[in-house]
Every structure is written in structure tokens, then in C-alpha cells.
Design a protein around this ligand. Structure first.
Ligand SMILES: Cc1ncc(COP(=O)(O)O)c(C=O)c1O
Length: 300
């Protein structure tokens, strides 16, 4: 999207709460091509408004964000962007179109890692960019010229994934809700980040904006990094991997994996603590998952 629609001298505003490699793309690569980049706290609408400059081309957010499930009011942010002539790009990877449709709320472009829930079984890598035809013409033109083209087989897998997406997302959400509620009650857990919990500061916004709360539950454990690693190593059923969106539940330590390439101050700004664990809840029987997480708790 950035290579297709931005030029040297353009300014891009990025949420502080995005996947680690997204920050690396902006910091290490796009800046080298003369794109100016600034960061804003995701939920801070007046912060976004104040940070937009005359040359701001895009606002880029994940809602919900990886891994802390922070949200922004997408309709309000779209209005703020449009009032100043900028476009809103939403990474909708965590919700998928089954749970949230940002284009209908006013966003201009939606991106997905199709590697995640759209595939749904961790088989293929790919991505999706969706938006109006005038912008998509530029995106397709860039992709055809630069080469990151999906193979027909991967495209077929993703299309098959869409056939079951709605049902799978409902099942993912139901499992995640149960585990998040259970985790919140456990000794050893300091905080659970899941928009389906009443304790989540943006629970009301999630109810309004999303059809479900998604599959990703993050939580902070007692004992810092050592505690988090002991917890993760003690699980047996859950796969230890940085991937997410699989029918198999996966568990990871964001500060040393998905966000490991960020500088400590960038992690700090994004709220990614060493005690944080991310679970992408799959489609297994929830009692089996709970028993596995109990192994982790016992190891703290
Ligand atoms: C929200 C979000 N966007 C984008 C990506 C990047 O995905 P990919 O590696 O398939 O490009 C990830 C990966 O975890 C993600 O969580």
C-alpha cells in the first residue's frame, strides 16, 4: 500500500500498537525512501487529529491490535482522516471480514495477513489488500511489477478458507471468551487483555464495532520474562510458535518473537512487557486448552 500510494516527502501516521514487523517496515525501509513516519497512541482520537500534517497521506492502524487487543473507533478516525485529506488504512487481520468490515465504517483500505484466519490452518502465506478501484489499480500495478504475487495454489487455499471463515471465527471467539474469563480468575495472572472481558477499557466500543471479540487473548504473568518462559515451556497441547490464526492453539512470547526486533523503548511505547504471553485460541475442546494452560500456571 505504501509503495503503491505514497511518494518521497509524504507523511504517514502509524499506530504505536502494531505488529513488530510493521514497525520495522516503516522505520527501516519506508523512511529510507523519503517517507516521513510518526506514531500515535491507537485510541487517542485527538492525538491523531493533532498529528496530521499538510503532507499526511495515510493513517495506518490495527484494530484490534497485536497482541494487546487495543481498539480505535474506526468510523471516528476515518472522519478525522478525511477532514484533512488523508486515507485510513486498517489491518483487519485479527477480526477478519467475518467480525468487522472497516470499509463499511469509512476506512479507505483494508489489509490482511491471509496467512492467519483466512487460511485458518497454517498452510500458506499470503495477503489481501481491499479498497476502491482507483487505489487498487495502483496496488495491483505495483504488485505485478515488483513480484510479490500469490501462487494459484495458495489463492485456492485462501478461497477454500473463506467458505468456513464465518463458522470458524464464531468457534474461535467462543473458546477465547471462555479461556479469557477463566484466566482472569487465576492466581499468577496479573492482567488479561481481551476485548470480550468487561474489564477491557474498550469493551463497549468492541460491542459496537465488532461482531465478536476475536481469538487472541494476551495476559501478563507473575515472574517477568522467566515466569512467562516457564509458563510457555510447560504447555504440551498448545504449539509454541509466533504464528496465529490456526485451528491449533498457538502460544508465544511477544517481546522476544513478534516484537523482538524492536528496540526496548519501542516495545515499552507499545506496552509489550516481558511478562506478556499471547495465545491465539484455536478450535480444540476448550477443556483441553484450559488443562494445558493450567500446566503453565503450575510452572510459574
Ligand atoms: C496484525 C498483523 N498484521 C500483519 C502480520 C504479518 O503477516 P505476514 O507475515 O503473513 O505478512 C501479522 C503477523 O503476525 C499480524 O499479526
Amino acid at each position: 500500500v505504501v509503495m503503491s500510494l505514497c511518494s518521497a516527502g509524504d507523511h504517514v501516521l502509524v499506530s504505536r500498537s502494531v505488529f513488530g514487523s510493521t514497525i520495522s517496515l516503516f522505520e527501516k525501509y519506508f523512511k529510507r525512501f523519503g517517507i516521513e513516519v510518526d506514531y500515535v497512541a491507537l485510541a487517542d482520537l485527538s492525538g491523531w487529529d493533532a498529528a496530521i500534517k499538510a503532507n499526511t497521506k495515510l493513517l495506518f492502524v490495527e484494530s484490534p491490535s497485536n497482541p494487546l487487543a487495543e481498539l480505535v473507533d474506526i468510523a471516528e478516525l476515518a472522519k478525522i482522516a478525511h477532514a484533512k485529506g488523508a486515507m485510513l488504512v486498517v489491518d483487519n487481520c485479527f477480526c477478519t471480514p467475518a467480525l468487522q468490515q472497516p470499509l463499511k465504517m469509512g476506512a479507505d483500505i483494508v489489509v490482511h495477513s491471509a496467512t492467519k484466519f483466512i487460511d485458518g490452518q497454517g498452510r500458506c502465506m499470503g495477503g489481501v489488500v481491499a479498497g476502491r478501484s482507483e487505489q487498487m489499480k495502483e496496488v495491483v500495478g505495483f504488485l505485478r511489477t515488483a513480484g510479490p504475487t500469490l501462487s494459484p495454489f495458495n489463492a485456492w487455499i485462501f478461497l477454500k478458507g473463506l467458505e468456513t471463515l464465518n463458522l470458524r471465527m464464531k468457534a474461535h471467539c467462543a473458546n477465547a471468551q471462555q479461556l479469557a474469563e477463566w484466566l482472569e480468575q487465576q492466581n499468577g495472572i496479573e492482567k488479561v487483555h481481551y476485548a470480550g472481558l468487561k474489564s477491557h477499557p474498550q469493551h463497549e466500543l468492541a460491542l459496537r464495532q465488532q461482531k465478536g471479540f476475536g481469538a487472541v487473548v494476551s495476559f501478563e504473568v507473575k515472574g517477568g520474562k522467566e515466569g512467562a518462559w516457564r509458563f510457555i515451556d510447560a504447555t504440551r497441547l498448545i504449539s509454541i510458535t509466533a504464528n496465529l490464526g490456526d485451528s491449533k492453539t498457538t502460544i508465544t512470547h511477544p517481546s522476544t518473537t513478534s516484537h523482538g526486533r524492536l528496540a526496548p523503548q519501542e516495545r515499552e511505547a507499545a506496552g509489550i512487557r516481558d511478562s506478556l504471553i499471547r495465545v491465539a485460541v484455536g478450535l480444540e475442546d476448550v477443556a483441553d486448552l484450559q488443562a494445558d494452560l493450567a500446566r503453565g500456571l503450575a510452572a510459574l
